[in-house]
Structures are given as structure tokens and as C-alpha cells.
Design a protein around this ligand. Structure first.
Ligand SMILES: Nc1nc2c(c(=O)[nH]1)N[C@H]1C(S)=C(S)[C@@H](COP(=O)(O)O)O[C@H]1N2
Ligand SMILES: [Mo]
Length: 357
């Protein structure tokens, strides 16, 4: 990925941002993100797929290869669950220098209700052979990245593919998947960052060696420098976001709130573990107030939180919010603390500028 050492966004970043909208942060006030407010990230083009002719093939190192149509998949046991989908690149725009890619601040997130059939029973029916080490998922979209022409492909280690929460999803908020979100079929890997949840899914292949495609071993690795072999990006790091309080100024997005008591609300999540604590600071991190936590929206949804802030002093303030998960992982205060070549997992605390009138 090229690196930009200036604040201005490049034309390439602007075009990527227009193709890939983020979730407006006011959507954090809603328990379920409406389809049109959920972020979208599409690497190549949105493919045109006729669902009547769309088959899912399960093959490779299996005893009995399977081919299933959409009706076959919908006839199988169905599960619905809220899942926080978050792009691993969310937060990238806060880095300096900045990897040039989708320039997300913190809006590459959404929590939709996904419906589909669990993957595990299908893999069991196909019968994974003993030498299968990973399961490779292939989408219908094709393009070039890092100089390589490729299908969009990602793999999971067998143990991760067999987790009960992995779904083959055909509906989002009770509707057929919208084209940008993977119509007619996508994978949902609830604990991982979004890149694992392959859209426009056409094949699932058990493979005897780890997959080394571009989206697996070149991109989506945490690398401190170019020659760092890096470690794979997997589960979502903890993050809390606030719905910006008050009303915005159109261009600067500075928030205006009247002097007096103010209740700040938002949501928090962490991949594969619960949220233990959310804290709010109005004085640049010198003091933190504990937020009240709601019950989480299921094991893979987000946890609503609220925190009183007494906006007594007129003038400019900055609100910071920080989550800690049940494993004890806490968000870093500065994006620089988690700088990496691809700009992945940049879960630094959110800062919102507020003017008390
Ligand atoms: N086939 C395919 N699947 C894909 C992608 C893609 O470009 N092609 N993008 C991935 C990435 S990086 C993310 S963050 C999520 C975004 O899902 P959404 O657009 O439904 O929010 O889809 C993932 N699945
Ligand atoms: Mo992503």
C-alpha cells in the first residue's frame, strides 16, 4: 500500500470514499443499523448475479462435494443474529503517515440482523478430509490489487470455519441481501473484522495448505515496517463510539450543545468477547467517568452505553470514549500507538469536538 505523508486526501482516496460509504455516526442511536446506513466496502465491482442460476459449490479436500442452489440453502435450518460488521481499516485516516486506501475515520461499522444457515453442518455433510487445514471462500468479484489479478478470496483455519456462529447469510434486516452487501449469498464470520465475511459467495474449498492469496498474506497483516513478516488480522479489537451529541456545524462537524447536563450515548463491541467497561473523558483523558452499560445485543451484537456529562463551562471541549473488553484489552489513546503499514485495527479512542453554547 502506498503511504501518504501529508494531511490532504488523494484523488484515489476520495473516489474510494465515494464508492464505499460509512455509517453516519448518528446511526449509533439505533439498536439495529438500517440497510442504507450500514457501511459498505467493495474492493472491486459489485457483480450482477441472477439468484436462480447461482450455485454454491463445496469442494476440495472433502469426501462428498456438494452443489447447493439458493432454495436449497433457504430450506436448511435458519439462524438470525445481530452482528457488528467492522472494516479492519476503520480508523486508518487518523494515521500519520497514512496508508492510501479507504480513508475511514471510525465509521466503517454497522450492526445488522443477518439471517442464514450455519456453515458447520454443511462442512460435516461434505466430510472434511484429515488433510484439510483451511477452508477457502471465493466471491464472484474479480479485479487487480498489488499487481495481481484475482478473485476476492479469504480463508479460515478449519477450527474457525467450524465455529457454530459462522453463517451463510442470505438476508440482512429481514430483506434479501442488497447487491453491495453480497446478493444473493455471503459468509458472516461474526468475531472477525469484515474482510473475512466474503460476499457474493460462490465456492467453499477445503485446502491442504494455508492459503497465500493477496487478501490473506499481502493485505490484512499487521506489519510495523515493509520487511516485517507481520501477523494476520483476525478478530475485532475493542472499540466504543459515541453518537455525537447536540447538533453539528455543517462543514467542521463541530457539535453544539446547550450548557447544562448532557447524556452522551453510544455503542461498544469487541470480537469474540464481551464489553466490560466504557469510560468517557471530557478533559483530555485526565479523568474518566464510567458509562452505564445496557445488556449486549446477543453475543455478536454491540453493547449500548450512556454517560452523563455536565456541560457547565461554555466554550470548546473534546469528548473521548474508551472501551475495555472482558479479556482486559483497552483502546489505545493515540492512533500512532497502533500504527501499521496497512492501517488495520486502528482502534484509538474516538474524540468528538463539542462547543458548549
Ligand atoms: N467478495 C467480496 N467480499 C468482501 C469484500 C469484497 O470486496 N469482495 N470486502 C470485504 C471487506 S474488506 C469488508 S470490510 C466487508 C464489508 O461488508 P459490507 O459492505 O456488507 O459492510 O466485506 C468483505 N467481503
Ligand atoms: Mo474491510
Amino acid at each position: 500500500m502506498p503511504i501518504a505523508d501529508h494531511d490532504e486526501f488523494t484523488g484515489e482516496e476520495v473516489r474510494l470514499a465515494l464508492r464505499n460509504p460509512g455509517m453516519p455516526l448518528e446511526a449509533l442511536r439505533r439498536p439495529v443499523t438500517p440497510i442504507g446506513m450500514h457501511y459498505v466496502l467493495v474492493h472491486f465491482d459489485v457483480p450482477v448475479i441472477d439468484e436462480a442460476g447461482h450455485d454454491l459449490v463445496i469442494d476440495g479436500r472433502v469426501e462428498r462435494p456438494l452443489t447447493l442452489g439458493m432454495d436449497d440453502l433457504r430450506a436448511r435450518p435458519a439462524v438470525s443474529m445481530p452482528v457488528v460488521m467492522e472494516c479492519a481499516g476503520s480508523g486508518r485516516a487518523h494515521l500519520a503517515p497514512r496508508p492510501v486506501s479507504a480513508p475511514w475515520h471510525e465509521e466503517a461499522v454497522g450492526c445488522a440482523e443477518w439471517t442464514g444457515t450455519p456453515l458447520r453442518p454443511l462442512l460435516e455433510e461434505a466430510g472434511l478430509l484429515d488433510d484439510a487445514v483451511e477452508v477457502l471462500f471465493t466471491g464472484c468479484d474479480r479485479g487487480l490489487d498489488q499487481g495481481v489479478e484475482q478473485d476476492y478470496q479469504r480463508s479460515l483455519p478449519v477450527a474457525e470455519a467450524l465455529r457454530d456462529n459462522v453463517l451463510l447469510a442470505y438476508a440482512m434486516n429481514g430483506q434479501p441481501l442488497p447487491p453491495p452487501h453480497g446478493f444473493p449469498l455471503r459468509l458472516i464470520v461474526p468475531e472477525w473484522y469484515g474482510m473475512a465475511s466474503v460476499k457474493w459467495l460462490r465456492s467453499i474449498t477445503a485446502i491442504p495448505e494455508p492459503f497465500d492469496g493477496v487478501q490473506q498474506t499481502v493485505l490484512y497483516c499487521y506489519r510495523r515496517s515493509e520487511d516485517d513478516p507481520g501477523t494476520p488480522v483476525t478478530r475485532k479489537r475493542p472499540r466504543a463510539l459515541m453518537a455525537p451529541p447536540g447538533i453539528p456545524e455543517f462543514l467542521s462537524r463541530i457539535r453544539h450543545v446547550p450548557a447544562g447536563p448532557c447524556v452522551v450515548v453510544g455503542r461498544a463491541w469487541s470480537g469474540g468477547t464481551a464489553i466490560r467497561r466504557v469510560e468517557l473523558s471530557a478533559d483530555g483523558g485526565r479523568t474518566w467517568a464510567a458509562a452505564r452499560l445496557d445488556d449486549p445485543a446477543g453475543p455478536h451484537g454491540w453493547t449500548g452505553w450512556s454517560c452523563a456529562w455536565n456541560a457547565t463551562e461554555p466554550g470548546d471541549h473534546e469528548l473521548w470514549v474508551c472501551a475495555t473488553d472482558a479479556d482486559g484489552d483497552t483502546q489505545p489513546l493515540a492512533a500512532a500507538d497502533v500504527w501499521n503499514q496497512g492501517g488495520y485495527g486502528v482502534n484509538a479512542v474516538q474524540r468528538v469536538r463539542v462547543r458548549v453554547d
